[in-house]
Design a protein around this ligand. Structure first.
Ligand code: SAM
Length: 662
């Protein structure tokens, strides 16, 4: 209550929500503030609703009045002058007024050129028919996780279709998603209550929060009443208290400095903490606001603090970065002479918490201090004896590897394999560590796990480049590649098959007809990374024998990758779309494994249009295969025989599909 409006700390990024009253005196104060808050709330509520009622009546009365005829010329000149720059003469602008018929020409065109459109009649051929109804979808390049709250219905599909049993569908949900939305009027009222309490009655934001009368003001940097108000245009109404601060330059709105919700430019720790949760917590994914592994803003915790794996003696050999490099430290160097200020130490430490094993030469550039001093400070923060003991262990090709089958049946394509990871814990990945879900389930750690690349439990990858250096075969093309044999795509960070230099880069085929899998240096590109490389065949969607179908634009070779089946990934037990599928008679869901389905009804790519054909009827020319890509199962479609340019692609949906259909 002691806050002065002009000096109040309304720029404090986060109010302390968890302050608990410590005494009866505090309780009384809260009660007193609560009573006041209710009074002000009632006052603003009445004022706002009285104004709103009158304002609505006024608007309705306006609508009842006949509108004056539009002054086209004036409106056109006004519009034209809006485009003029300072030096332009309005006379330089030619205004053209276009109308449908001569009857539409307004009386006063004010010098505008009038063009009337000629009516043209089109004669359609007798067989001209509208396109038959079909189910379209949002195009996507990768599968996304279904982020819907399965208890709330986001919208009502086929609401205007009388043949649709809407009641049955709605009964599956507990509520409509829009039921929980806060009425924007209530926000406007609450914001004004907040302003009157803070600037008029001089209650601090913490005091106001403690009354629990208003929506939480600032629980975090992305939510709360004050933040909400930055997300919408302000509604101007006479009850707004104009005598309080009104700066509206974007940074400050009606007294509250919204930008202060972002950490200060100098606050490195605050900025890192506010940015890191926006990146996917899955280390095998580089997306911000990732839709595949979750909504990183709301659901994902920040990745756990990185575990240092290098002692001060473990840095790899390399060139010195200058005379002050840590590599130049000799016995004459006085460690005690390194004395940093607390903010400098804090800056280095918050970088080390994320990247503890960065070489001092790089850290020195970030913190703008001599490399050798950075080295000493790092050792003070991470003493050698605290470094994870297996740090220097490197998996070598010669090391006897402990293979897991990574599936129940030994075949991840069986659908029985459900990956448990990624794991995320402190300590080594082994059976003795109850927190390592990979080790506990006897599956290999993957790129998505939070352990280091040298983790003993990781899938070791293949060494096909070495194996094929002598023989001219296609790298990782056959089952001699242990990744392919296990149903994994190669991982450029662990495999030695040279796929890394080719990710997402299509090389024009040289005139010599040299196969595309050979690099200019004569080595082979990995042939077991189709999904990661995304080198799908060129496909065309057009009408086929069974509705829309998917056709090859160019010839597709046997075994060629056609594309990845993508859509929305959901847990089959939660799937509530069955009624919808039955209603439209189309089913785009593809079982990824016994637990998950990929449904391309609303999100997908060309492969969702591939129709059914079987080996027996001689129509199937493609097949689907589940492959583990960096630890995640994905569905790839391959040609089983040559498909000519213009040929329709067909694969066997399996018996269950047609049981469902009947
Ligand atoms: C995944 S959709 C394929 C794309 C679909 N043709 C379209 O127009 O969107 C599967 C549906 O296509 C139709 N379909 C596909 N292959 C078929 C076939 N061999 N015989 C009859 N209908 C087929 C069925 O209606 C089936 O439910």
């Amino acid at each position: 209550m002691s806050l002065d409006a002009s000096t109040s700390d309304n720029t404090d990024p986060l109010a302390t929500q968890d302050q608990v009253p410590s005494s009866n005196e505090d309780d009384e104060k809260i009660q007193e503030n609560r009573t006041l808050a209710f009074l002000v709330y009632r006052e603003v509520w009445d004022e706002f609703n009285k104004w709103k009622l009158e304002d609505c009546k006024r608007q309705l009365r306006l609508l009842e009045q006949p509108l004056p005829p539009p002054n086209i010329a004036e409106a056109a000149h006004k519009m034209a002058s809006a485009f003029l720059t300072d030096g332009d003469e309005s006379g330089d602008v030619e205004i053209i007024y276009i109308c449908d018929t001569d009857d539409d020409i307004p009386l006063d065109v004010g010098g505008a050129t009038v063009l009337t459109c000629e009516t043209v009649s089109l004669k359609l051929p007798p067989d001209f028919a509208p396109h038959p109804p079909y189910e379209s979808c949002t195009p996507a390049v990768q599968t996304i996780a279904l982020r819907e709250n399965e208890e709330q219905l986001p919208f009502i599909p086929y609401a205007d279709d009388p043949t649709w049993d809407i009641g049955m569908y709605l009964s599956q949900y507990e509520a409509f998603a829009w039921e929980n939305l806060v009425d924007p009027d209530v926000e406007v009222i609450q914001f004004e209550v907040l302003r009157r309490l803070h600037f008029g009655h001089r209650l601090s934001l913490d005091d106001i929060d403690a009354t629990c009368v208003l929506l939480a003001l600032r629980p975090n940097n992305r939510f709360g009443l004050i933040y909400q108000m930055t997300q919408r245009d302000e509604l101007f109404w006479p009850g707004m208290m104009a005598e309080f601060p009104t700066a509206d330059d974007g940074s400050e709105r009606r007294g509250f400095n919204f930008r202060a919700h972002e950490p200060d430019v100098d606050d490195l720790r605050g900025r890192i903490e506010s940015v890191i949760p926006r990146f996917c917590a899955n280390p095998g994914c580089i997306h911000t606001h990732c839709h595949r592994h979750g909504n990183t803003i709301d659901d994902f915790a920040s990745p756990p603090a990185a575990v240092p794996r290098l002692t001060s003696k473990d840095y790899p050999e390399g060139a010195s970065c200058g005379s002050l490099c840590f590599r130049e430290i000799d016995s004459s160097f006085q460690e005690d002479s390194v004395q940093w200020g607390s903010s400098e130490v804090d800056e280095l430490r918050c970088i080390l918490e994320i990247m503890p094993d960065t070489i001092p030469c790089g850290l020195a550039k970030l913190v703008r201090r001599p490399c050798r001093e950075v080295f000493i400070e790092r050792r003070r923060f991470i003493p050698d004896e605290k470094v994870y003991s297996e740090s220097s262990r490197v998996v070598t090709a010669r090391e006897k590897l402990n293979y897991y089958k990574d599936s129940i049946s030994g075949d991840i394509t069986s659908g029985a394999y459900i990956p448990p990871g990624p794991c995320s814990h402190i300590g080594p990945c082994d059976k003795n560590n109850a927190n390592c879900i990979c080790a506990q389930k006897s599956v290999h750690c993957t790129r998505s796990c939070h352990c280091s690349l040298t983790c003993k439990h990781r899938w070791p990858g293949c060494r096909c480049n070495k194996e094929t250096d002598k023989k001219i075969t296609q790298t990782c093309k056959t089952e001699s590649c242990r990744c392919r044999k296990m149903g994994w795509e190669c991982d450029s960070m662990v495999c030695e098959c040279d796929n890394h230099s080719y990710v997402h880069r299509r090389k024009p085929r040289p005139k010599t007809k040299q196969p595309r899998m050979i690099r200019p240096d004569g080595k082979h590109y990995c042939q077991n990374s189709d999904i990661q490389r995304g080198l799908a065949a060129e496909l065309e969607i057009k009408r086929g024998a069974f509705g829309l179908g998917c056709f090859a634009v160019k010839k597709i070779r046997p075994d060629q990758f056609i594309g990845e089946y993508v859509g929305e990934l959901s847990v089959s037990a939660e799937d509530k779309r069955e009624l919808l599928r039955k209603h439209v008679g189309l089913n785009y869901s593809f079982g990824l494994n016994l637990q998950h389905i990929i449904d391309s009804a609303r999100v997908g790519n060309e492969t969702r249009y591939i129709n059914h054909g079987t080996e027996e009827d001689g129509l199937a020319n493609a097949s689907a295969k589940t492959t583990l890509v960096l630890g995640e199962p994905r569905i790839a479609l391959y040609a089983t025989k040559e498909i000519k340019a213009g040929g329709e692609i067909l694969f066997d949906y399996g018996e269950n599909y047609w049981i469902w259909k009947s």
